[in-house]
Design a protein around this ligand. Structure first.
Ligand SMILES: Cc1cc2nc3c(=O)[nH]c(=O)nc-3n(C[C@H](O)[C@H](O)[C@H](O)COP(=O)(O)O)c2cc1C
Length: 179
């Protein structure tokens, strides 16, 4: 195989880095970087905690990718409204709040009132006023994961024993805001 040389005629030297070190900006995913997915149906706004997702680029648009299980009340709201926001909170200050929003379902109570959070709105899309940064998204594509699609079957055994599969939502980023 032919090696492609750098400007100085030698090969470039690469150092391994952790993924976290090359992620930049206010939107970080994985680990302790939880976010709140906020959506609405029939005038009722609800937020749920999520840690899986990301931002990227597809169909010549900047998008966010989120993964919501069939059983979530949030899924019903996403499918009804076609829009959502991602609110990124100060993790220390809102850790307890995000645990609550990630344990209780909005089917059973008004979680935003319960968490003493406030709803902001931009272009008709609700978000959390207490957030440090916000992404507003319009859903472009959704697809539920299926067992047949998994190349690594261990994931099905580990994550979907109960059949409660995630649906992937690809949302066009309509606006990003930082406080
Ligand atoms: C740290 C954390 C991360 C979570 N990430 C996700 C996620 O990415 N997708 C998902 O469907 N549920 C996730 N959950 C679970 C939901 O937040 C939880 O089931 C919530 O009660 C759903 O609320 P809802 O029924 O009002 O939509 C997470 C929970 C926590 C605590």
């Amino acid at each position: 195989m032919r090696e492609i040389a750098g400007k100085d005629g030698g090969m470039h030297v690469f150092q391994p880095v952790s993924f976290e070190d090359i992620e930049s900006g206010p939107y970080q995913f994985g680990g302790d970087n939880w976010m709140l997915i906020t959506s609405e149906k029939d005038g009722k706004v609800n937020s749920m905690t999520a840690s899986w997702g990301g931002v990227g680029y597809i169909w010549d648009k900047r998008c966010s990718f989120i993964f919501v299980r069939e059983s979530r009340y949030t899924k019903e709201l996403l499918d009804a409204s076609g829009v959502y926001s991602l609110s990124f909170m100060d993790h220390k200050e809102y850790h307890g709040t995000m645990k609550y929003l990630g344990m209780v379902s909005g089917r059973n109570e008004d979680k935003i009132a319960g968490a003493r959070l406030h709803i902001g709105r931009d272009q008709g899309i609700p978000y959390l006023d207490e957030a440090s940064s916000v992404i507003l998204c319009r859903i472009m594509y959704r697809q539920a994961f299926e067992e047949s699609g998994f190349v690594v079957p261990d994931i099905v055994k580990k994550v979907y024993k109960d059949g409660d599969y995630h649906t992937m939502y690809v949302g066009e980023m309509v606006k990003a805001m930082i406080r």
